[in-house]
Design a protein around this ligand. Structure first.
Ligand code: 13P
Ligand code: SF4
Length: 305
């Protein structure tokens, strides 16, 4: 009978035989992270995508991440682990809607969260991720920035970079923005010694109560390296599980039991097996014009970040 371990062994064997690099976002489950060549936040995945030596890259995560890999490595075969795994935030603003907004804000530099479609990236100036946004926005020459589509991340960046005029639009992550400020107050009351660590996609009223606000990897690094022993985690709940594995002697509590990204969870270990076996996933293809034009803002992100 197959077990998690035998399927993992099979994946490790197949990916070596077929020269496949597996990149897994930190919101994937523990059994998937264990077979990946690299795990991390979206910025880390972009860096690895640019460096991977293998001919094929399997991205375990959501569509915009696989598109980013394809844009950075157009000569490679890039697979998305599950064809239906999209990010709802990436659907909140289209390239034509952004062009309309640009007419309302002439002269503004357009910064787009990486959680956007490849097509939208063809009409923006720079991409940012949660871990690179503050550094990148601060280093832009322009004083006026139009930031799309996550107004919560944008508001957090604006607080860190007060010298810039940052115009926000309405949009955000349903999983993170669903966490209420009351939940944060209640959990802090229930665990008074715990540090509250949250992702900047949370509402500003939630981030304002946090001891640390940062990307997925930022939250993991903070908890692992902190002398504190208990933490309330305000991001996708896989991170609670990964931290429990990484630091069994520390306590981790989910800020909200509902902070689950159903799209990230579409990928299972068996989906990964099917992808490396050649019987699953979706090969990402993008028109040449999109590959070329979308690359500019991703390259600017990698240069400034
Ligand atoms: P990170 O940049 O922290 O990986 O976040 C990506 C994401 O989709 C968070 O919801
Ligand atoms: Fe998109 Fe939110 Fe899922 Fe991240 S957690 S991939 S922003 S829906």
């Amino acid at each position: 009978m197959n077990t998690v371990r035998s399927i993992q062994d099979d994946i490790l064997k197949l990916k070596k035989e077929k020269d496949i690099c597996i990149l897994a976002h930190a919101y994937q489950s523990q059994d998937i992270l264990e077979v990946a060549d690299f795990t991390g936040d979206s910025y880390g995945l972009s860096l690895q995508a640019a460096k991977a030596a293998q001919k094929t890259v399997l991205l375990c995560g959501v569509r915009f991440m696989a598109e980013t890999v394809k844009i950075l490595s157009p000569q490679k075969k890039v697979l998305l682990s599950h064809p239906q795994a999209g990010c709802p935030m990436a659907q909140q603003i289209s390239a034509s809607q952004l062009c309309g907004l640009k007419e309302q804000y002439p002269g503004y530099t357009v910064a787009a969260y990486i959680n956007t479609t490849a097509e939208l990236k063809t009409v923006c100036d720079v991409c940012v991720t949660s871990s690179s946004a503050v550094k990148i926005i601060r280093s832009l020459d322009s004083q006026n920035i139009l930031f799309v589509p996550d107004c919560n991340l944008g508001a957090w960046v604006a607080g860190q970079v007060p010298e810039k005029n940052i115009q926000l639009v309405s949009g955000g992550c349903p999983a993170h923005a669903g966490i209420s400020p009351q939940q944060a107050r209640q959990m802090k009351k229930l665990h008074p010694d715990a540090k509250l660590l949250v992702h900047p996609e949370c509402l500003p009223e939630v981030s304002a109560q946090a001891d640390y606000v940062g990307s997925t990897t930022g939250i993991i690094d903070y908890a692992v390296n902190s002398p504190d022993t208990s933490f309330i985690i305000g991001t996708e709940n896989s991170i609670v599980e990964h931290l429990q594995f990484a630091c069994p002697e520390k306590q981790f509590y989910a800020l909200s039991e509902n902070c689950i990204c159903s799209n990230m969870k579409l990928t299972t270990l068996m989906e990964v097996w099917h992808c490396v076996n050649g019987t699953g996933g979706e090969e990402i293809t993008l028109p040449d014009s999109v590959l070329t034009q979308a690359r500019r803002c991703i390259d600017t992100m990698l240069t400034l970040g």
